[in-house]
Design a protein around this ligand. Structure first.
Ligand code: ADP
Ligand code: MG
Length: 479
């Protein structure tokens, strides 16, 4: 038997980091946070890579949903990895889960284990940050997705204006519009365009300090600064920013103190001639819960919207994506997918990935229309029947034997509060509603929803019977 090698080898750890960032793109933030972020590397013996999973329930879930994919990606990167084994065990001290730097156990480890400082610098997504080699050195920023470039952005009638505006901002030496405000429904390319601008600017002038972050992260950072009475340091972080990009500002709705701080940051950067790029799900005037002076500031540059995709753009995107993945996509299949999945591009890409993974896992089976229809049966059925928050509330209330009225009430007893949190969590997972929109359905503000989502994510890890209960609720809602 070969000697057990504890994985502190940079290369395997690096590969894991890259795999995590790839999976995060593939499965989306929520699934990644729930199922993959808690994994950590264990030992590597005889070609078998051990991955630690906190609970048995999670292990089963990860094996059914992600193990093939993880294996496939890893095998490509490192042929020495012959097999992957999932073991139920809390993260090992030698191999901290790089994706979980805020967990209590890891915080403890930071003080006891000498780990290179840069691993922790940019918070949750630190590994991806490392992949971006020096790009987002500021800890405010969230890493950029290397796939989100102008080259990978397919232009069609519905997005050509936003694309042209983004290119103009990226290419101009002088500021032409400030701020650039991009808006659209979900999954139509706002984040992609923002990252593309950042990559482009950085390529032309690596010295420029670009900060890209979500409004949720801005809020989180600000609230934390308030809690630790450290707002001066928070403000200071923005002083040297050349380009500030804030994604999904609708999440600031109803959060007055954050908006005020953002307004201040926004104005001072604009006054100093720095570029600001904002995205949201609605036009500035239609944003809910945003102060009117901020709305008017947001709308005073160039406002560009991305319309829902048309058939041609969807086919174009599918072909482009298939080409990137080195796969031949028959026109009939592209046509079928583009007809069936018109809601948003993220879902379209997800469907394509599923078809490709299927074809590859079944020893390079050819992609055909029949096979596509078969693989996507469940997914397409769920498109026909979208889950609503009302249904979620009803199902969860039934399961816990309370009424929907109680769930929406202000009662804080655990018997009511826990089901309420679970319903909020499921609403975030199963619908495309924003946090404020979910909040309104429960007569709460979006921070309560955010808190509930985090709480339930923690509970899922700690309590496998609750995790199973939530999973069965999810399945019954999706059925
Ligand atoms: P949004 O931020 O508007 O919710 P994203 O930018 O996250 O949407 O886009 C969702 C997915 O669709 C991403 O994987 C992105 O790369 C892809 N995408 C969106 N628009 C295009 C496009 N025009 N060409 C290629 N890919 C696109
Ligand atoms: Mg986005």
């Amino acid at each position: 038997m070969a000697e057990e090698a504890i994985v502190n080898d940079g290369s395997v750890q690096d590969q894991w980091g890259q795999i995590c960032s790839q999976l995060k793109n593939e499965v989306g933030d929520t699934a990644f946070e729930s199922w993959l972020k808690p994994l950590s590397l264990g030992s590597f013996t005889d070609g078998v890579m051990n991955i630690c999973v906190p609970t048995r329930f999670m292990r089963n879930w990860v094996i059914t949903h992600y193990s093939d994919r993880i294996h496939k990606i890893w095998e490509k990167k490192n042929p020495a990895i012959k097999n992957i084994n999932f073991i139920v065990q809390a993260a090992r001290d030698e191999a901290p889960s790089l994706y979980n730097p805020t967990s209590r156990s890891l915080l403890k480890r930071i003080t006891s284990t000498p780990i290179p400082q840069n691993i922790y610098q940019s918070g949750v997504n630190s590994v991806v940050a490392n992949c971006n080699s020096g790009l987002m050195s500021d800890s405010l920023s969230v890493p950029l997705n290397p796939q989100y470039t102008f080259d990978n952005f397919v232009v069609g009638k519905t997005n050509e204006f936003a694309y042209a505006a983004a290119r103009k901002v990226a290419e101009s030496r002088n500021i032409s519009f400030n701020p650039l405000f991009l808006y659209s429904g979900v999954g139509l390319g706002k984040t992609h365009l923002m990252h593309a601008i950042a990559w482009h600017i950085k390529q032309q002038d690596p010295s420029r300090n670009i900060v890209y972050l979500s409004a949720e992260k801005f809020m989180y950072k600000f609230v934390r600064a308030l809690r630790y009475k450290d707002t001066a340091a928070f403000k200071e972080q923005f002083r040297s920013v050349d380009v500030l990009m804030v994604d999904d500002v609708q999440f600031m709705g109803g959060k007055d103190s954050t908006q005020e701080e953002f307004f201040y940051t926004f104005n001072s950067l604009i006054e100093e001639g720095r570029q600001i790029i904002i995205s949201a799900d609605k036009s500035p005037a239609d944003l809910e819960g945003i102060e009117s002076r901020l709305k008017s500031r947001l709308g005073c540059g160039l406002v560009a919207d991305i319309h829902p995709t048309d058939f041609d753009l969807r086919v174009g995107i599918l072909n482009n994506k298939a080409k990137q993945l080195g796969v031949e996509l028959p026109y009939k299949v592209a046509e079928f997918l583009a007809q069936k999945i018109s809601s948003n591009i993220r879902e379209l890409e997800g469907a394509l990935r599923r078809v490709i993974a299927h074809a590859q896992l079944l020893s390079d089976k050819e992609i055909t229309l029949d096979m596509t229809q078969d693989v996507l049966k469940d997914m397409l059925r769920s498109f026909d029947k979208r889950t609503t928050i009302d249904e979620i509330q009803k199902k969860v209330a039934e399961r816990f034997n309370i009424s929907v009225k109680e769930m929406q009430s202000s009662r804080r007893a655990r018997t009511v509060a826990r089901p309420r949190q679970i319903a909020m969590y499921l609403a975030k997972q199963l619908t495309s509603r924003s946090l404020p929109e979910i909040g309104r359905k429960f007569d709460r503000d979006h921070t309560t929803v955010m808190h509930a989502v985090r709480k339930v994510e923690e509970l899922i890890i700690e309590d496998s019977s609750l995790a199973e209960c939530i999973d069965s609720l999810r399945r019954s809602l999706e059925a």
